[in-house]
Design a protein. Sequence first.
Length: 302
Amino acid sequence: MTRPLELERLQAFCVPEVRQAYGPSEVILYALGVGAGLADFDELPFVYEDGLTALPTMAIVLGSPGFWAINPKTGIDPASVLHGEQSLRLHRPLDVQGEVVGRTTIGTISDKGAGRPALLQIHRELTDVQSGQAVATLDEIWVLQGAGGFGGTNVPVGGETPDLPQRPPDGSLLLPTAVNQALIYRLSGDYNPLHVDPRVAAKAGLARPILHGLATAGVVGRALVRLCCGNDPARMSALRFRFTAPVWPGDAILTEIWARDDRSHLFRASVPARSAVVAIGEIELERFAMRTDIGLIEKVAT
């Protein structure tokens, strides 16, 4: 049984600032955690130190305080937490090594009513320690199941779900995940037991542990780098995800894209084997040249 959010405790809680040095080992571990190397095309630049390139979505785990809801001082029942939305804006391409500081603040808290969810908005600024320059801005929304009814206000939180065009996608890519994907991804900093412990998953009403929402984002991010960015991660400047259903480790994720203009696409991620849409969102590009093969449909064997 989940419990209502303890609002005063949460508002009094200060999410710790995180200073993190990272290098090629962390870049490679993150890439493996989001499935790089499982597909049958070349992803060596993401997993090999000779010519290594960081995946843009790695910014999500840098300077992260991890699963801080597990601290009893937050007033949150950690078993109630699901990831609802995630956005990422890069101010420059990620380096493969450096030192960053992440500063996390709690934003809007929405009460959906007794027996219903509470929504929690979380903001993080990622800054380069040496230069003081902004690296990335990240916003996320947690869905706290059954945590409503704490006496708060039902206020809008999060962005609008984009309407996808009523036409075939301009490109698609099917990528596998491994059955041990969550076990690898968690080593990049998200130790929420929901993703590894069947007892915790059962308490949350799940048949078994699910893949981290941000691991799903990383898999979809890999597909978007290939479909929209010509395999150049530096072209990606912003991403926004709304998660709509869980992914089980071992699922194959299909990412479909629809071009809006030469600098943005809408996308949908699904698990065809279960007819489940798992995420919807949009990608923005800074240095993007429209691909001549935009109608290409790539499918990777699982």
